[in-house]
Design a binder for this molecule. Structure first.
Ligand SMILES: [Zn+2]
Length: 125
């Protein structure tokens, strides 16, 4: 199936060819067409859909249990998060079972699905 991004899009106001670009927002790569004249943007529909789903998931607070397993503790990660992450990482072709965990600040633990999180933060590409 051909993707919308394979085609050329004309700005309906200026009637000139738009440029393809992408921004990184909350770790999401959002592709868009931009008119070089009036700077109107049209985002890729599936990128926006995924991002909207993420925003809904982000607002949810999950209650999880901490269990002792040998000398460690385990927490259950809600299925919604894993399913979302799997789809997302599949798109990014970076499936990795090993996650990184760090103590961010007292009372806050960070769990990373992606390896290269630092270099992606806040960078436009
Ligand atoms: Zn325009």
């Amino acid at each position: 199936m051909k993707d919308i991004f394979d085609t050329n899009v004309l700005c309906n106001k200026c009637n000139i060819k738009t440029n393809k670009a992408a921004i990184l927002k909350d770790g999401f790569r959002l592709r868009y067409f931009e008119c070089p004249k009036c700077t109107q943007r049209w985002y890729h529909p599936s990128d926006i859909k995924e991002y909207e789903e993420f925003k809904i998931l982000k607002q949810r607070i999950f209650s999880v249990k901490l269990r002792m397993v040998g000398n460690s503790f385990s927490v259950t990660i809600p299925r919604e998060i894993i399913e979302f992450e799997e789809r997302f990482t599949q798109l990014e072709k970076e499936i990795d079972q090993i996650m990184r965990l760090s103590l961010d600040e007292p009372g806050k633990i960070c769990l990373y699905f992606k390896k290269d999180l630092e270099e992606e933060n806040g960078k436009e590409r």
